[in-house]
Design a protein around this ligand. Structure first.
Ligand SMILES: Cc1ncc(COP(=O)(O)O)c(C=O)c1O
Length: 319
């Protein structure tokens, strides 16, 4: 087994801090510190994916997600930084004001294809049509799946475990809680636990799909990557658990009771959580691992998403 090659984009290692919320002390790993414009969990995956795109000599990278996709924004910015154009296939509609992540996409010159939900369900068709058009003009296109979650991309989170293990150093931590959208972060950590021999449990708070679908997706991604790179003889799936029930309001929305926790957490710690992923994951974390306790042995992974908060400023400020 050989680690695939990557380019360096992320400011890593990201720090682990001990913080206190409502009288309970716990550790947080700040993967929202992987960069400034290029912040959050996607950068670790993009280091591997853009290495492949560069190797292919790609003129364009294509990727997809919701209109406020952190992954699409990170891809557009990372691609611009290495001289590749980006085309984003976004579930949403063109707006007069480009806010949050869309504003940054626009700033770095990303091209957009906006799709409604029905069209987005046929994403592959739209991607291949645009890809064919460009290829007929002699351009090379590298397609990155939603969330950067491919057997190559999830190496970012396989190697995240090596980084985390070095930081544990006597801390009493037995598990990690993370938001799950496309499942790649969880699948990568799962394989990393095997590769770097760390006895941890992963709690993946599902924000997008049903828990059954998400569990299958994480297993498939881990299996595919393991088949390709032969990381372990057998994957122990009991090392991860998908937690459902914390995104009933829908991926693009955030319930007011969660906004209260997000705001309260910001006022006590100075840390801002996003509306689609970390806000929901932290709400679950608080319910399951903090309330009524003095310390928690589960670490919270802050996976970024700050710019998504700008597009929800009215909800956040309660107006
Ligand atoms: C801020 C943030 N956190 C968590 C996730 C979930 O990561 P994954 O798609 O690897 O499950 C995403 C993207 O989907 C994200 O943008």
């Amino acid at each position: 087994m050989k680690n695939p090659k990557k380019i360096n984009l992320a400011n890593i290692p990201t720090p682990v801090f001990k913080i206190n919320y409502n009288g309970c002390t716990f550790h947080i790993k700040r993967d929202d510190y992987t960069g400034t414009e290029l912040s959050g969990n996607k950068i670790r995956k993009l280091e591997y994916l853009l290495y492949e795109a560069k190797k292919l000599g790609a003129d364009y990278v294509f990727t997809s997600g919701g209109e406020q996709s952190n992954h699409a924004r990170a891809t557009a910015i990372a691609a611009a930084s290495v001289g590749i154009k980006s085309k984003l296939f976004l579930w949403g509609q063109e707006r007069k004001n480009y806010d949050g992540n869309l504003f940054l996409d626009k700033m770095v010159g990303a091209e957009f294809v906006f799709l409604n939900l029905k069209e987005y369900q046929n994403l592959e068709k739209h991607i291949s049509r645009e890809k064919n058009k460009l290829e007929r003009k002699g351009k090379k296109v590298y397609v990155i799946p939603e969330g950067g979650s491919s057997p190559t991309g999830i190496w970012g989170y396989i190697n995240f475990v090596r980084e985390l293990k070095e930081q544990l150093d006597g801390k009493k931590i037995k598990g990690i809680l993370v938001a799950a959208g496309s499942g790649g972060t969880t699948a990568g950590i799962l394989l990393g636990l095997h590769l770097y021999n760390l006895n941890f449990k992963i709690f993946a708070v599902n924000v997008l799909h049903t828990p059954e679908f998400m569990t299958g997706k994480i297993k498939n991604l881990a299996d595919e990557c393991n088949a390709k790179y032969k990381i372990t003889r057998k994957i122990d799936y009991s090392r991860f658990e998908v937690i459902g029930g914390y995104s009933g309001e829908g991926y693009k929305h955030i319930a007011q009771e969660k906004v209260h926790v997000i705001r309260d957490f910001a006022r006590q710690t100075g840390i801002i959580l996003d509306p689609a992923y970390t806000g929901k994951a932290f709400y679950a974390f608080n319910e399951l691992f903090l309330k009524g306790k003095k310390t928690s042995s589960v670490l919270f992974l802050h996976t970024g998403g700050l710019f998504g908060a700008f597009a929800k400023r009215k909800n956040y400020l309660g107006v």
